[in-house]
Write a protein that binds this ligand. Structure first.
Ligand SMILES: [Ca+2]
Length: 536
């Protein structure tokens, strides 16, 4: 559900909530250095000259047209690309391909979108792996099946595209699957060979799309990186609606002072459960916090030093599970931690004046309820009861849900899946991603799961990136190593890193394969990964 670009009043709101969303440009370099040019200048010149000649060519038997192809000069960290855009003639699905004119590594990185899509993903956004550039992948990304012309405003969140069945089908499950064959065809036209390997990486809705590939189109990719994957999208929207209804009532919400009170109280109980008081709860599964410890005497709001019963109910709503009748759709709630931070509960949960008192969870779920479920722009999401819409929920879920734990087909062909989630993500809950991993393990068994899937939780990290904890790790490179050299990501001594504005590492922790977490040794530099062990 990440928000790629924002403008106007909403931009201001997002700046206040999550500076990293807008500080993304140039932030994804990770200190990596582009490799030396591998191809001869002669080849490069040929490709440069060839690039614009692709304009007007057709793909997929004439059903896809390349409507633009042009050279774009290198701009760090990006290499020089032939950038082409192509459109499907019978729908509004479009894709963009970026083809390195020098030193192509022979491989494809397909990029998943974010939020309600409507534009091409940008590999410079921090949720993507820096090896996309340093290893010179060709990339493809789609518009999700429709174009949204402009930054995410009220119209973007309204998601009216979902009233169109073709756009709905593309957005929910088909856009990448449909774009892959003509995308590979364009690569073949340009380079004279198809990609030797095809990988997929995406976060948030792009993580949902990653799981959609793993579950429904397991032949499409050799390796799939699913960051903060919103695969349980139906349960997620039920939970978004439930929480946003609660926090939108002014008496229920927590002002800044009460958010800080709660955050301090949570840390006092849960911070050192991982061996270190660092403001990061690295073992959230052991944090059984109860907000009633902060109850105002009598339960009414008597000031910033306590929480009223209504405010305690809000905390309980955010952190507790929800399920529709018969359990068809469910969600496990959110972890404690970063309750007073812009990249914690501030990012998706707390209401914002610039959003008319709504929250980002509410903005997204209002659009979902109105355009996907009720298909009525005047419908009041505050009155929505999903139990009264179960047939429609089932129909949309058949298209949209990417929560199937049966990865037998992915396992059978030897493809791999890496799951990753920040523990303080308030859009895609780390609990939900862990629950999905557990369900895969229950379905495939431990041995086949280990062959195919690994999950890494990033302590103190918010949605896709940012937060108190170290948030960067090149999972595309980890995936390529797993697929091509047979070394699982968990055996690659990977580290999460926090980077300063210049790209230097300021904090590092080992990646621990779930259910292990990084425990401090009790001695040594707290910012060095060597001072931590992965323990269960
Ligand atoms: Ca800690």
């Amino acid at each position: 559900m990440s928000i790629p670009n924002a403008g106007g009043a909403l931009r201001l709101a997002l700046i206040a909530m999550a500076p990293a969303i807008l500080a993304a440009c140039g932030g994804g370099g990770g200190g990596t250095v582009l490799p030396p040019v591998a191809s001869a200048p002669e080849v490069s010149r040929n490709l440069s000259e060839k690039c614009p000649t692709l304009r007007g060519e057709t793909l997929a038997g004439g059903t896809v047209v390349i409507d633009d192809a042009r050279l774009v000069a290198a701009q760090s960290p990006q290499p020089a690309y032939c950038v082409l855009t192509a459109r499907f003639t019978r729908s509004s699905l479009r894709f963009e391909a970026k083809l390195p004119v020098e030193g192509w590594n022979g491989k494809l990185a397909f990029l998943g979108g974010g939020g309600f899509d409507g534009q091409f993903p940008k590999a410079t956004d921090p949720q993507f792996s820096p090896s996309i550039f340093s290893e010179r992948y060709a990339t493809i990304g789609t518009n999700g099946g429709y174009d949204y012309g402009g930054p995410p405003d009220a119209g973007y969140f309204a998601a009216r595209f979902a009233l169109d069945d073709t756009k709905l089908l593309d957005f929910t499950q088909q856009s990448e699957h449909r774009a892959l064959p003509p995308g590979k065809e364009a690569i073949n036209k340009f380079f004279g060979s198809a990609p030797s390997r095809s990988y997929f990486e995406g976060c948030s809705m792009g993580g949902h799309d990653a799981l959609m590939q793993a579950q429904r189109f397991p032949e499409d990719f050799d390796g799939i990186v699913a960051r903060a994957p919103a695969g349980n999208i139906m349960g997620l929207f039920v939970q978004f609606n439930r929480i946003s209804k609660q926090v939108r009532q002014p008496a229920n919400t927590l002002n800044a002072a009460k958010q800080s009170l709660l955050a301090k109280s949570v840390l006092a109980q849960c911070d050192t459960l991982d061996g270190l008081a660092d403001g990061i709860i690295s073992k959230p599964s052991a944090c059984n916090y109860n907000a009633s410890a902060l109850r105002c005497t009598g339960g009414a709001d008597t000031g910033d030093g306590c929480l009223s019963d209504a405010q305690i109910a809000t905390v309980n709503t955010i952190t507790s599970p929800v399920a529709t009748a018969h359990g068809a759709w469910s969600h496990p709630g959110y972890n404690f931690g970063l309750e007073d931070q812009p990249k914690g509960w501030g990012e998706y949960i707390w209401p914002q004046a610039a959003l008319g008192g709504n929250s980002i969870q509410g903005m997204f779920s209002d659009g979902f309820v109105r355009s996907f479920i009720a298909r009525d722009a005047a419908y009041d999401p505050l009155g929505w009861n999903p139990d009264q819409w179960l047939p429609r929920m089932a129909a949309v879920g058949e298209l949209f849900s990417a929560n199937d734990p049966d990865l037998t087909r992915l396992n059978a062909r030897g493809a791999k899946l890496i799951l990753w989630n920040g523990t303080n993500d308030t859009s895609v809950s780390a609990r939900d991603t862990a629950r999905y991993y557990d369900s895969v393990r229950n379905t495939l068994g431990a041995a086949r799961t280990n062959e195919t899937v690994e999950l890494f939780l990033a302590p103190g990290v918010g949605h896709c990136y940012g937060g108190a904890g170290p948030d960067r790790v090149d999972l595309l490179q980890a995936m390529a190593t797993w697929v091509e050299r047979g070394v699982p990501a968990s055996s690659q001594q990977l580290q999460h890193r926090k980077l300063d504005a210049a790209g230097a590492t300021t904090m590092a922790r080992p990646l621990c394969k779930y259910p292990a977490y990084a425990r401090y040794n009790g001695a040594g530099d707290v910012n060095s990964a060597a001072s931590y062990q992965c323990v269960e």
